[in-house]
Design a protein around this ligand. Sequence first.
Ligand SMILES: Cc1cc2nc3c(=O)[nH]c(=O)nc-3n(C[C@H](O)[C@H](O)[C@H](O)COP(=O)(O)O)c2cc1C
Length: 167
Amino acid sequence: MKERIALTDYANRIQTALPKGILLNTNGDKFNSMVLGWGGLGVTWNVPTFVAYVRESRYTKAQIDKTGEFTISVPLNAPIPAITKVCGTQSGRDIDKVKEAGLTLEAPEVIRTPGVREYPLTLECRVLYAQRQELDAIPDDIRTAFYASGDPHTAYIAQVLRAYIIR
Ligand SMILES: Cc1cc2nc3c(=O)[nH]c(=O)nc-3n(C[C@H](O)[C@H](O)[C@H](O)COP(=O)(O)O)c2cc1C
């Protein structure tokens, strides 16, 4: 069962969970989940949005580019270490993360990418705009710290179409 929520009631919870790692799920060639720490809620073109920063090298990037959508899954308590480890260090190119991380999928309402029962706060998102970072435009200290070997992030601005908690 899905309990619809007002996004603004959970904004603080989502922002607090982010740096510890939430999940960005895609369903292109197959279902896959990546741990996401950079991003956030916002308003763009008068609609509620979620911005996700995904590095060029991620399997996830190619999958978002294929489907134009993703789900965001946020734990209601602390993140589960086994999920952080598998989904945050291994690639969907090499493994089946559903199996390896023990994820239970929940059918979506309006897009084609399921949510994850273990992280029940779910946002169904449709990509409106993708912008690859220009490394030359990033301050030197940050470029040195985060992009010594290149691999820029792409900012995906996505409309939040549904927000609910899987019960
Ligand atoms: C706490 C944490 C936060 C992370 N945040 C991001 C992020 O915001 N963007 C990103 O591209 N990778 C991030 N990663 C790394 C990816 O989750 C990791 O490279 C993952 O294995 C990519 O999976 P994929 O190749 O299946 O897409 C993070 C990892 C951890 C553990």
